[in-house]
Design a protein around this ligand. Structure first.
Ligand code: GLU
Length: 469
């Protein structure tokens, strides 16, 4: 039997990390077995679904590189099929029309709550003997067995048994004829030949209901694996309070898709102590047996660490491709400075995100604004003459390359009886505007001759203004 998995998001919001992880697990499982991964948009709740949310889901999947073999299917395009199944179930006596008014159901609920009972439908229309009331559009309820129990062998949680008494006759079609989630999910899983349902354990309670419907349809059961939720480091369910939770926000904050993917894979799944996995390694190693039972913790610091590892080790050309959009959103004019590849190379070991990488590269391009604190600290009159001497030597350099520039700095430092750092740091502040940059040779080379001279002049006037004041 070949493996078929699915990712069935409801397009009611952004693609958050929990859903993305579910998508990833399903994708990995299908890829591991050379099976099929299906994308299905569960948009039957038309009031809460939107095209924007669909677009965001598709964009998130694409950014993460989670390609699908079939879909996206849209449940709203399958209403005929669901209606057919509802009819079939009614015909076979496995579902029935329910004419109970909203009022009756509300009273029932209030009464049950008052008696400290779990609210559930009481089966009033289940064995209706009197004629249906005229002018009422009924809902359709599934006839859940009254006695006995149903068990599922969940790959994460083991055997889960539910007494049928605890389940009521759920609505499978609303009074306007539209199908409910519990029905559509089962019909689709059957029609699409889903063999493995890997989803969040917030769906665990739905499983026994869905199993009954599956049985009523005489369809084979898929294998279920309910993965635990993701919490923030405070132990609470991950939410907006914890910062970025939408996948595309991570993109905007400068995370590499592979780093986020790697991080998501490790939320609730482990393979020994290994932390860093290529996509191929993940595909190779992934299995349901190593899924954790307890909730995973989303730790932004760990994700940042992983992102930094990916930035450091990504192939140069790939990293440039990823970094380029961040340079343009930072309004860095790439025509007014070194080739982007050189800037990326110089900063890749110093940045945790691509936003930081672009921001830290700004010093190589266009104008630079002096950081006043750094200027006050480092651009002191005492280094003025040495900086001036460096400026004059630099002005004569024809072959502007890091090594020889560094030699000039060393030589002038010696001449003025300064330790190298005492000159290099003010020089760094002068030409980059800040006290942090790559090594001085690399920095000088990338800032380029013209820019270095202009910036040194500005620093020298800062120093001389200081002298007079
Ligand atoms: N559409 C459901 C959701 O977004 C998923 C249902 C399922 O995985 O069975 O939570």
């Amino acid at each position: 039997m070949s493996v078929v998995t699915r990712f069935p998001p409801s397009p009611t919001g952004y693609l958050h990390v929990g859903s993305a992880r579910t998508a990833l697990f399903n994708w990995l499982y299908a890829r591991h077995f050379n099976g099929k991964f299906i994308l299905r948009i569960e948009d039957t709740d038309q009031a809460r679904s939107s095209q924007d949310a669909v677009d965001v889901i598709l964009a998130g999947m694409e950014w993460l590189g989670l390609d699908y073999d079939e879909g996206p299917y849209f449940q709203t395009q399958r209403f005929e099929r669901y209606a057919e199944v509802v009819e079939q179930l009614i015909r076979e006596g496995k579902a029935y029309h329910c004419y109970c008014s909203k009022e009756r159901l509300e009273n029932l609920r209030a009464e049950q709550m008052g008696n400290k009972q779990k609210p559930r439908y009481d089966g009033h229309c289940r064995d209706r003997v009197v004629a249906a009331p005229a002018g009422v559009s009924p809902v359709v309820r599934f006839r859940t067995p009254l006695d006995g129990a149903i068990s599922v062998d969940d790959k994460v949680h083991g055997t889960i048994t539910t007494r049928n008494q605890e389940l009521d006759d759920l609505v499978i079609a609303r009074s306007d004829g539209s199908p409910t989630y519990q029905l559509t999910v089962v019909v689709d899983d059957v029609d699409m030949g889903i063999t493995h349902v890997i989803r969040g354990d917030d769906h665990i309670n739905n499983t026994p209901r869905q199993l009954h419907i599956l049985e009523a349809l005489g369809a084979p059961r898929p294998i279920y694996a309910h993965v635990p939720m993701i919490n923030g480091t405070d132990g609470k369910k991950l939410s907006k309070r914890h910062g970025a939770v939408s996948v595309l926000e991570f993109r905007d904050e400068g995370f590499l898709p592979d780093a986020l993917l790697n991080y998501l894979a490790r939320l609730g799944w482990a393979h020994g102590d290994q932390e860093i996995f290529s996509r191929e390694e993940l595909t190779e190693a992934f299995g349901l047996d190593a899924l954790n039972k307890s909730a995973a913790t989303f730790d932004t610091d760990k994700l940042l660490w992983l992102n930094q590892q990916y930035i450091q080790h990504a192939p140069a050309s790939q990293l440039v491709g990823f970094a380029a959009p961040y340079f343009s959103s930072a309004n860095i004019d790439l025509d007014d400075g070194p080739a982007i590849g050189a800037a990326v190379e110089a900063q890749r070991t110093r940045a945790k995100t691509l936003v930081e990488l672009a921001d830290q590269s700004r010093m190589f391009y266009g104008e630079t604004i002096l950081d006043l604190d750094a200027a006050k600290k480092y651009l002191r009159p005492v280094v003025g003459p040495a900086l001036m001497a460096i400026r004059d030597k630099f002005a004569m350099v024809e072959d502007w390359s890091g090594g020889s520039l560094q030699e000039i700095v060393e030589q002038i430092a010696a001449e003025y009886d300064f330790k190298m750092g005492k000159v290099a740091q003010p020089l760094r502040v002068a030409i980059t505007g800040s006290a942090a940059s790559p090594s001085i040779d690399v920095t000088l080379e990338l800032v380029g001759k013209m820019r270095t001279l202009t910036r040194l002049d500005a620093a020298l006037s800062f120093i001389s203004e200081r002298e007079v004041s």
